[in-house]
Design a protein around this ligand. Structure first.
Ligand SMILES: [Mn+2]
Length: 317
């Protein structure tokens, strides 16, 4: 990516006085880690900032730096710079009204690795080839000659590992692994990251995985695997990320074109997770046709309705 963009972004930060860092609702590891890394960068630069996420962070506070600073609200939206991380669309911040209705002196910097949908930022740094938003932050740090301390190394590695399913997904590039290696050399604690992102499953969520596995079917016409989770199958405390992990695990299924998990939420909403491991399949096309979006290999959508069992499978009513 163009180093000038990163230098421009850092100039925006340096000339701001009151910054909001926002990431997406139902935050996954990369969302949390990229926001925590930004907080570290802002603290090192001596900037006043607030960290915002619509939902509470599910990680223990000692896992990454700055996690205790996350708030689900803000006092006054008079920030002169808003930094949005890891959001495919501004709506995922749940601050879209405030951001789209901002005053001319309120600037927005967006850093993201999802494919472009709609521009809204004053400066957009987007690289859909990057495996994680924290991978883009690595180039930001390099371009601006910011020393990568242990805190930054932990954040960058945590984002990369969670968004690649520990290097399992096809988004993993030679650069991704090089960066991860450099972060280890700079003091990132791999066992602690694994402990809190991968080896953190509750028995209730293990049982939800079991339900999804036993409900798994293959549509022979499309050679497409699917499974469903009913509201009672998914414990309320089960984090979004654990379901992402489940989708990643099911995508190990041999010789299918793709996979879909349909999950009915108690409020009459059905969430679909789509995955493919096939190099020539772009699963985000199906997601977009269903009103969602995402990456070529991992995408999702939301529809209203509920799942009903029929003689030959399931239907959405
Ligand atoms: Mn991400």
């Amino acid at each position: 990516m163009d180093a000038q963009l990163f230098i421009k972004a850092y100039n925006l930060i340096k000339s701001a006085n009151n910054i909001l860092v926002a990431t997406h609702e139902h935050p996954d590891g990369d969302a949390v880690a990229s926001a925590a890394a930004l907080a570290e960068i802002l603290e090192l630069a001596g900037k006043k900032y607030e960290l915002y996420c619509h939902d509470r962070i599910n990680y223990p506070l000692n896992f990454l730096p700055h996690l205790d600073e996350f708030k689900t609200n803000y006092e006054n939206f008079n920030f002169d710079l808003i930094i949005v991380l890891d959001c495919s669309v501004v709506e995922r911040t749940k601050l879209d009204k405030e951001i789209l209705g901002r005053r001319p002196n309120q600037l927005v910097l967006e850093i993201d690795h999802h494919p472009k949908i709609k521009s809204y930022a004053d400066l957009e740094i987007r690289d859909s080839a990057a495996a994680a938003t924290t991978e883009i932050l690595y180039y930001f740090l390099k371009a601006n000659k910011i020393r990568i301390n242990k805190n930054l190394a932990n954040c960058l590695l945590a984002g990369i590992l969670t968004d690649t399913g520990n290097f399992l997904y096809p988004s993993t590039s030679p650069q991704t692994i090089n960066i991860a290696s450099e972060m280890l050399a700079k003091g990132a604690r791999l066992p602690q990251i694994m402990e809190n992102t991968w080896r953190n499953k509750s028995i209730a969520s293990m049982k939800a995985w079991g339900k999804a596995l036993s409900n798994l079917k293959i549509n022979k016409i499309y050679n497409f695997a699917y499974t469903i989770l009913e509201p009672e199958d998914v414990p309320l405390e089960m984090a979004e990320e654990e379901l992402e992990g489940l989708a990643g695990f099911l995508s190990n299924l041999d010789r299918v074109n793709g996979l879909m998990i349909l999950r009915e939420l108690p409020e009459g909403i059905i969430k679909g997770n789509l995955r493919t491991a096939k190099p020539n399949v772009d699963i985000s096309k199906l997601a977009r046709a269903l009103g969602g979006g995402g990456h070529a290999k991992a995408a999702g959508f939301t529809v209203t309705g509920s799942l009903q069992k029929t003689e030959n499978g399931w239907t959405i009513v």
